[in-house]
Each structure stands twice: as structure tokens, then as C-alpha cells.
Design a protein around this ligand. Structure first.
Ligand code: ZN
Length: 276
């Protein structure tokens, strides 16, 4: 038996039927509202019939995107965000609050053959500090373009290490896993998950050969440990376009893609952006 439509549902169906453009608005997939450390909070700001509001978190601009006839703010929450209330500012006058809830990520123990990748010497520490300055700046890139938040997986293969694992390298606690690992053979293609602009191609101590892509509004992705890179800084890329190939450069136990997603300057779980 066909379910009967309520008058409201019938109205919506009629509106969509005579305005095909609305389908694309409705279909724009946002990450799910996941207000946990390393997650993304999605807050509704205003109807899409109004101009896009500006939203910020502690002075940092936030991505504001349109979906289902509304403007939404996407708020990246760092892995060290404490549970409790957070507040964003909308159009410099309105405040919206939401609550961050705790999440316990599992522990992962790893053995690295090169001990200097676990306990770097003074020269290497200086290089690491200089590189961190560069990557911090890249993560804070904000281009006022509404991003495509519906990502495809940038390499074909099983998801190995998930985001947020609390890591112990050769018995020593180190920073948590701030990306998603895809296991693949060395040389397998790494592709852009959505359109964007390449903002950096570099060789980093921990991350090896790396490509950063800016998708707009502070949504930045990075591809690490690549065996080679095939794009240049400033190049525009589209979904599915090759960025380079899987490798094991930098601090890696074997060939895999480490994929990082940053939002308002902070690493968040890439799986939240994968098309369902
Ligand atoms: Zn990784």
C-alpha cells in the first residue's frame, strides 16, 4: 500500500516538482551534526532566502553553507576540545550555543623502525617547528567560496587507522591520529575528493610528500606520505583528479594514504564528509 502524503508533504513535493533547482539545494549533503572532540557541529543560522550570515568561533571565521533551504554553520572541533558549552557569533551580534560531548577514542600502539622519527634530534626539532608554522598557516586559509562538503574517498582501499586514535610510538605517547588512513599499494592513485585549489606541495619531516587542497571557507584537505606528487601550487582540481601516488615517505610504517581534513583551522574526522 502506498503511504498517504500529508498535505505538507504534498506541498513540498509540488514545490520541488516545479522548481528543479531546489533539488540541488536539498541534495547538498552536509556532514552530520557530531559535537564531539574531533567532530563537526552543524548549526542552522537562517533561511536561505536571506543573504548568507557570517559566523565565527572565538574570532575565527566559520564555513557557512546552504542545504535544505537553510544556511548552516559548520564548526570544526579540535581533539582537545573540553566537553561543555561552546558559543558562536553570527553577524557580530547574535550568539548561538551548543554542547560538546566527550568521546573516548581507542589507543593504538605502533613500532617505528627509525627511532629519530619518534625522538628527533635538535636539528630535526628545528625543522619540525619551522614546518609546523607553515602547516598552521595553511590550515587557516579562508577563501570566501562555499565548499562542496560531499567528499569521495581519495584512494581505493580499506580504511586502516581511523581518526582520533591515541597513539603510542615505540612505547612513547605521541599526538593523536589526526587523519584517516587508507591502505593501498605504493604508487596507487590519490585523487581530489571534491573541487578545490592546491595551496601547497611540500616534503615534511613527519608527513613526507604532502599536498594541501583548499575547498573554500576554511575547509582544507591534506594528503600525506605520497611517493610522488603530480600537481602544482595554485592549480585548480576537480573531484577525482590525480594529486599524486600512495607512498611511505615521512613517519610511516608502510605504504598508505594519511588523509587529513581541517575546518576552521582544526583537524576533524574525514569520515564525516564521505558521501553516504
Ligand atoms: Zn595516518
Amino acid at each position: 500500500m502506498r503511504p498517504r502524503l500529508t498535505p505538507f508533504a504534498r506541498h513540498i513535493a509540488r514545490v520541488l516538482a516545479c522548481a528543479p533547482g531546489l533539488w540541488s539545494l536539498t541534495a547538498m549533503a552536509l556532514p552530520p551534526h557530531m559535537p564531539v572532540p574531533g567532530g563537526v557541529a552543524v548549526l542552522t543560522l537562517a533561511p536561505a532566502t536571506q543573504p548568507a550570515p557570517a559566523a565565527s568561533l572565538r574570532g575565527r571565521p566559520l564555513a557557512v553553507v546552504q542545504s535544505s533551504g537553510q544556511w548552516h554553520a559548520l564548526i570544526g572541533l579540535s581533539l582537545d576540545t573540553p566537553p561543555g558549552r561552546q558559543e558562536i557569533t553570527v553577524d557580530e551580534r547574535r550568539h548561538l550555543t551548543f554542547t560538546v560531548v566527550a568521546k573516548a577514542y581507542p589507543i593504538q600502539k605502533l613500532q617505528i623502525r627509525e627511532q629519530n622519527k619518534v625522538t628527533p634530534d635538535a636539528e630535526e626539532l628545528a625543522r619540525i617547528a619551522a614546518e609546523r608554522e607553515i602547516t598552521e598557516r595553511l590550515k587557516l586559509t579562508f577563501r570566501s567560496v562555499e565548499p562542496d562538503t560531499n567528499f569521495s574517498l581519495p584512494a581505493a582501499g580499506p580504511l586502516s587507522s581511523r581518526f582520533g586514535l591515541r597513539r603510542i610510538f615505540n612505547g612513547l605517547p605521541r599526538a593523536p591520529h589526526a587523519g584517516l588512513d587508507v591502505r593501498a599499494q605504493a604508487g596507487a592513485p590519490v585523487t581530489a575528493p571534491a573541487s578545490g585549489i592546491v595551496i601547497n606541495v611540500g616534503d615534511y619531516f613527519f608527513n613526507g610528500n604532502t599536498v594541501f587542497v583548499d575547498h573554500g571557507s576554511g575547509l582544507i584537505t591534506a594528503y600525506m606520505h605520497l611517493s610522488r606528487t603530480t600537481v602544482r601550487e595554485g592549480e585548480r582540481v576537480t573531484r577525482g583528479q590525480a594529486l599524486g601516488a600512495v607512498g611511505a615517505t615521512g613517519r610511516a610504517t608502510g605504504p598508505h594514504l594519511h588523509w587529513a581534513v581541517f575546518l576552521n583551522g582544526t583537524a576533524v574526522d574525514p569520515e564525516l564528509f564521505l558521501a553516504k
